[in-house]
Design a protein around this ligand. Structure first.
Ligand SMILES: Cc1cc2nc3c(=O)[nH]c(=O)nc-3n(C[C@H](O)[C@H](O)[C@H](O)COP(=O)(O)OP(=O)(O)OC[C@H]3O[C@@H](n4cnc5c(N)ncnc54)[C@H](O)[C@@H]3O)c2cc1C
Length: 313
């Protein structure tokens, strides 16, 4: 562990800047649309590298994802990234979505295999005539348009993978197909991320592996998410939220403290890029970004120089 608390030195401009991206999901109702746009309006002044919009399981939000991404292009200065999965669609159908994005001015896609229609736990069967997995989809996108492609990465391995090696082989295939950034599944123990990063680098993958940060807005929901995605929830985290079911004020403060501890430790260990799973709720994410030195208008409280323990993720 690097003993210098780089995250505390914000008065010297020679260190690399912190860069963030924010993930949103497309709204189902008019009320959720208002919530989403309030969240975007709150976070936009922090000038994220990009904002991504998820693609519902089985392609269920195809139109809503597209509409949200188009509105971001039309009404903001933000760079959108559209998530896209291979599930329940032929190559021709997916290709048409990619072409429509390219025509709408989308220059960044987060390419995913997606979960089986019956949910995680069911065996994934590619659509006959569809893309087979994340790597296959990355190739398809690159064949159609000059679009930046980000992909997923799993510090605790994907539940379908036999082992971490199989998982890293898949990441390598996605990079070979043209992916230039990986965003991780959320995790709560930073050591898991650094252990994974070390293995990824040893296997010759040199793209940024951006940690995906999930602020715990709702502990029960987080536990359910984690169970489905293969992410572990440490006992200490459960203890921190223990007994707070009927105490939303304290819960919020604990959530902020937990997320702050995690991201500041990552900064102390040399991480400069973060992807936030916002759940369309901006407050906690805004506060963490403020703590990271980000300010509206792109101004950043400058940081002290440091030598990352591990070369920037
Ligand atoms: C940053 C991020 C964003 C996401 N956004 C979305 C979204 O918008 N919409 C959505 O529906 N989901 C999303 N997901 C979830 C993702 O779709 C699921 O985790 C899905 O199960 C795997 O997709 P992938 O692209 O990671 O798969 P891949 O990278 O193709 O594969 C993941 C792992 O599973 C293994 N694997 C793949 N296929 C098989 C197989 N048939 N048999 C055995 N092992 C196999 C591979 O070895 C690989 O290691 C996201 C995940 C992350 C991390």
């Amino acid at each position: 562990m690097n003993s210098v608390r780089h995250s505390r030195f914000t008065d010297n401009g020679s260190a690399p800047p912190i860069r963030v991206s924010f993930e949103f999901f497309p709204p189902k109702t008019a009320e959720m649309e208002t919530t989403l746009w309030e969240a975007i309006a709150r976070l936009a002044p922090l000038q994220p590298t990009f904002v991504s919009v998820t693609y519902g399981a089985g392609g269920s939000t195809r139109e809503r994802t597209h509409a949200t991404v188009k509105r971001i292009i039309a009404e903001t200065m933000l760079t959108p990234a559209a998530h896209l999965t291979c599930v329940a669609a032929t190559r021709a159908e997916i290709d048409a979505v990619i072409e429509a994005y390219a025509q709408a001015g989308v220059r960044h896609i987060v390419a995913l295999r997606g979960d089986p229609i019956g949910g995680i736990g069911e065996r994934f069967a590619p659509h006959p005539g569809g893309y087979r997995n994340g790597a296959d989809l990355v190739s398809g996108i690159k064949r159609i348009a000059d679009i930046e492609v980000s992909v997923s990465a799993y510090p605790e391995k994907h539940p379908d993978s036999a082992d971490v090696t199989a998982d890293i082989d898949m990441l390598k295939a996605k990079v070979d197909a043209g992916a230039t950034r990986a965003i991780t599944q959320f995790f709560f123990e930073n050591s898991l991320y650094f252990r994974y990063l070390e293995r990824v680098r040893k296997s010759g993958i040199d793209i940024p592996i951006v940690p995906g940060i999930l602020p715990v807005q709702n502990f029960t929901q987080t536990k359910n998410f984690a169970a489905r995605t293969g992410a572990s929830v440490p006992a200490w985290l459960a203890r921190r939220f223990d007994g707070l079911d009927n105490d939303p004020t304290t819960r919020k403060l604990i959530a902020a403290a937990v997320a702050a501890e995690q991201v500041l430790d990552l900064v102390d260990q040399g991480v400069t890029d973060f992807h936030f799973y916002t759940m369309n709720r901006p407050e906690l994410v805004y506060a963490i970004c403020h703590l990271l030195g980000l300010r509206p208008g792109g101004a950043q409280a400058p940081r002290a120089p440091f030598s990352p323990a591990i070369e920037q993720a």
